[in-house]
Structure formats: C-alpha cells, structure tokens
Design a protein around this ligand. Structure first.
Ligand SMILES: Nc1ncnc2c1ncn2[C@@H]1O[C@H](COP(=O)(O)OP(=O)(O)OP(=O)(O)O)[C@@H](O)[C@H]1O
Length: 255
C-alpha cells in the first residue's frame, strides 16, 4: 500500500504559551484532496506551517511524504494566506519567476523549461491573461489566482493552500476549486486546502479536516459534518443541515 502523504501522531502545536492543537492523530493518503476548515484562530495556518517545518512540533510526530517536515520542500507547493499589498510594481511573470531562480547566482534568468512550467501553472487557473499586468493594478481575487498558480509550478506532490479561495467571487471560487480538483486528480497530487466556505469545495474534496478547540477530526463530509460531531468538537450546540441543493448550512450561536 502507498505510504500516506501526511501523518500526525499525537501532535501538539503551541504558539507562545498557548497550545493551539493537541493530541492530533491523522493520516492523509497520497492523492487525497482534503478541505481544512475551522473557526478563526482554530489552528489551520499553524497546522499547515507545521507540515512545512516552519512551526515546531511541541509534542508527537509529523511525517510529510515519508520524511520529517521541511525535508521534502522541493516536492511541496505552498500558498500562504494572502495579506495583500507587496510588490505592486512587479508583474505576474516576475512573481511566478521569482520562486524559480532562488538557487542560482547572477541576473535572474529563466530557462525554456521554467517558462513552460510557469505557462502551464498560469493556464491551470485561467490566469494567463493576468500575468503581464502589474500586481498593483490587479484586483485581490486576480492576485489570488496568480498566487495559486505560483504554488502549482512544477506540479508538486503535495499542495498546501491557505485560503486560496478568499477574495474570489462565488462563480470564480467554484471555477478555481473545480480546476484544482481536476489538476489534483490528473497529477495524483495530495492537496490540503483551507477555506471558510465548505460549500466551495463540495464535490471537489475527498475528505474534511475540521479543527476547533485544539482538536481535529478527519473523515468524509458525511462523517465529519454532522450536528453531533461538530457540537462535540466545538463543545457547544452546532446545527448542520443539508439543503435540497446539497449545500451544507452550519449554524450556532457560538460560531
Ligand atoms: N505569531 C504568533 N504568535 C503567537 N500566537 C499566534 C501567532 N500567530 C497566530 N497565533 C495564534 O494561534 C492561533 C491559531 O492561529 P491560526 O492562524 O493557525 O488560525 P487559523 O485557523 O488559520 O485562523 P484564520 O481562519 O483566522 O486564518 C490563534 O489564536 C492566533 O492568535
């Protein structure tokens, strides 16, 4: 059987004096598309950073692509949570090319293979027409698509996306989610993608990873997104309803 892409064994992650996640054990099979959800401050970014080796593991053990976090960086694409703003005078080509020449000295130079890899990644999220424009002249959602393209360059084995759908309008959100799902399946990529709107990833993700109050639960949508399951995770009544359209509605006073 194929080795899992990610494992956590009794993992605790702390920031400063605070424990953000504790006792987390899970296994993500290679090729699985995982939607990562939870409240603000629930620990989604902290977990993604731990998988990258950027956040120390306070207790327990994490493996990523069969190795310690940080050991397989070349096989991982990462899109950090966008805080906007920087590099307004750069173009999309500059942005995507910047990640490719970091191991070379001298004037930035792009090989034909680099250019092809950038073109493929831009095409994958329908961002080719944006790449010649300055970042400062793009909308938040347009910049967001370029950042997703940047994470896709070279078709990484593991793709970690921190709220890639934020700032996209509903139609574009669905379009980008479906494109990511198709690429992941075609390329056998493992994806962990955080989001706030679970409906944006319905039909695209294979599993849901829900983090809240320091706990994590991984399973299918039907296993995790239940009134009982989420109420237990939040430690407060949470109601999960499925509309006739298939959309999930999650509501609670505490959310
Ligand atoms: N640099 C830091 N130092 C100390 N605590 C931090 C730091 N960054 C984040 N935290 C805290 O860690 C907790 C988890 O934050 P994290 O960013 O992982 O949550 P999140 O689930 O990604 O939230 P959001 O949905 O708002 O993006 C939060 O309570 C946050 O305040």
């Amino acid at each position: 059987m194929a080795e899992p892409a990610v494992t956590c064994e009794n993992v605790m992650l702390s920031r400063g004096e605070r424990d953000i996640l504790s006792g987390v054990s899970l296994s993500v099979p290679e090729g699985c598309f995982v939607g990562l959800f939870g409240p603000n401050g629930g620990g989604k970014t902290t977990l993604l950073r731990a998988l990258l080796g950027l956040q120390p593991v306070a207790r327990g053990r994490i493996t990523v692509l069969g190795d310690a976090p940080g050991a397989c960086s070349a096989q991982i694409g990462y899109m950090p949570q966008s805080r906007g703003g920087n590099g307004a005078s750069l173009t999309g080509w500059d942005l995507l090319g910047s990640g490719m020449s970091g191991n070379r000295w001298g004037i930035p130079w792009r090989s034909r293979a680099d250019t092809l890899a950038i073109r493929e990644a831009l095409d994958a999220v329908d961002a080719t027409a944006l790449a010649d424009r300055r970042l400062g002249a793009l909308s938040g959602g347009e910049r967001q698509r370029l950042l997703i393209a940047q994470a896709l360059i070279g078709w990484p084995r593991l793709l970690l996306l921190d709220e890639p759908l934020a700032s996209l309008d509903p139609v574009r959100m669905r379009d980008v989610a479906e494109r990511l799902g198709r690429i992941a399946k075609q390329r056998g990529m493992t994806v962990i993608c955080s989001a706030h709107d679970i409906n944006a990833l319905m039909g695209v993700m294979d599993s849901v990873l829900y983090v809240a109050r320091g706990q994590a639960r991984l399973g299918t949508v039907d296993e995790v997104m239940t009134t009982e399951g989420l109420s237990a995770l939040y430690g407060a009544p949470v109601e999960v309803c499925r509309a006739p359209s298939g959309r999930l509605l999650v509501s609670a006073d505490a959310l």
